[in-house]
Design a protein around this ligand. Sequence first.
Ligand code: BGC
Length: 386
Amino acid sequence: MRHKGVMFALLLFFASILAACGGAPAAAPTTAPEAPAEATAAPAAPAAELAVGIVLPTRDEPRWIQDETRFQEALTAAGYQVEILFSQGDSARERQNVESLITKGIQVLIITPHDGTAAAAAANAARDAGVKVISYDRLIRETDAVDYYVTFDSLAVGAQQAQYLVDNASGTDNPLYLYAGAASDNNAFIFFEGAWSVLQPKIADGTFRVVNSSAATELSGTAELSREQQAEIIGQITTNWDFNTAKTLTESNLTAAAAADKGAVFILAPNDGTARAIADTFAADPDVSSYLVTGQDAEQASVQYIIDGKQSMTVFKDVRTLVDDAISAAIALLSDQEPTASGAYDNGAKEVPAIQSPVVTVDQANVQEALIDSGYYSADEFSGLE
Ligand code: BGC
């Protein structure tokens, strides 16, 4: 409820700023789910009215559809025009999307980069056109053309995944399989860093034995890894945030694994999409007697997997909060003010002021309370809840 009140106030403020800027709010938002050329959902906004453009990385993962939906809900409620473009995992297309939004006259760009470093060029182009840049969820690296970063507590995401495995393991020599996100995504490093901080002591003391990364085994005595050491491990266990890559890598890990590496296994999976692919592959191996697998994003399909006992947990990142934070930051930047920051992230070129939202571990025990009672999903979207 508090959430809705804040949202409403923000949106009223946002609408009044837009009106003051000379652009009358439109009756309906203009959203373009694909590249500009394919953007046929609604007539294009007159340039002066399109103050904010949003670029998201791909429509192929439910995570980013959640963000699109929440942005649409929030901005539609304000009668505000916005264009949301997807880069489909392609930095060149991302750059075209940004250029297209700049041409349409946006003043603020909210962008989740496909590749954090490659996106620096797009951020620079925006800055050169006088457009403020908000990095949304993923940090754009190696440029000072990023004004603000809106993110979840990504260290906590990894730490909570790892803690779940630790809390459910007993004895020693438990087979542990590690998987990570895309090396082009700064978040993959932060998630892994958070996970490693919790897992490393438990690998070092013999609770877990890493099966599928020689680099992780070699570094098991090192509590704090350098970025290069993280990259070495991630290079061996990356899913590239892709379900098929996750499946293929898991299959090859299981083919190489000895019988002693199977039985009751523990799996660090970086997000829900890859977790489902990885879980299905472990479930299909007759030598795997049970598995515990982590996730992230509370995607609807994974919530059903959790209810069905096919995925052990997810880390819920309430996208409504992230959208609110991004809109608040956009409002501040549109009125030449500094957005509220609770810290800063080093992107390799500057300390980017940031606001960071908390995350919540969800498993069978609290799925009803965290995801249904909170209004994030409705009960009829799932079967077998009670
Ligand atoms: C996001 C995750 C998402 C992953 C794959 C990360 O940067 O923080 O929520 O699952 O990318 O798209």
